[in-house]
Design a protein around this ligand. Sequence first.
Ligand code: HPA
Length: 311
Amino acid sequence: AASNAFHLATETADFLRANLPEQLARPRVAIVCGSGLGGLAKTVNAEREEFEYKDVPNFPVSTVAGHAGKLIFSTIGQKNVPVLLLVGRAHFYEGYSMDMVTFATRVCKVLGVETMLVTNAAGGLNPDYAVGDIVCLNDHLNIPGFAGFHSLRGPNIEEFGVRFQPLSDAYDLSLRMLVHKTWKELKAQSPNERRLHEGVYAFLCGPTYETRAEGKMLRQFGADVVGMSTVPEIVTARHCGMRVLALSLVTNNVVVEPTIRGDHPDLQGLSPAEVDAYLKRGMANHEEVLETGKQAALDVESLVLAVVSQL
Ligand code: HPA
């Protein structure tokens, strides 16, 4: 049982390799496409092989609207860097075990992937961030991990890594430097308002968005963005020795103002509709998350493409 995840991942990797032409069978970089970032699939080179998750042995099938599930083996850029795109991921809030959430990451390792580039849609906690900005992650808060829902809980899988994995260097510094350099070059070519930040990602289970008190707490804990993915994959990728780069697209601002009190002076004399409008300011919703993803996705895609071309 201790090495079950290793055997399952090996079985899946063997299946994929058996169904791939040689030049696509050893991806060096894996790119996890977050909510609304599936358009990355259009930017890879023409030669490709696709597998729907449902046709791949042992693979979890995502149940969220807007998260199609497929693996795309292809290449990126003029140097034809071999890549594996994971379009759609299994989230912990869907009810998957942490082993299922991190399964694709382990398959990447067995396939020989060296670098995991993980993208996601996230809520902005840092008041300096605007909707549509991009955040290169430099650290995280694994909040479910604090409570025992940790992706490496259980017997250590020796084939992948060590029992006590350090994470103080989880987010590869040279890759982050490359991201900033590349972003500057892209901006010089086509200037726009969007900004690239570096920040800390707080992982929550979800599926609910944050209450006001939770948003405020996360900000005080030092988080810049918050989301429901990425951290289990990052932890698992570091455990098995892959380099990690993670980009969040800020799709909404999280409400970090205090809970509104019923005796607030601003509310006195307002109609029920006005009270409702007051309350709804800045509230997150899934449609807004997907819509912002569409508009800013093109810039994230250009950035990913340019970064991976240099790996
Ligand atoms: N909170 C948590 N996860 C998210 C959010 C948010 O506001 N936006 C996109 N994913």
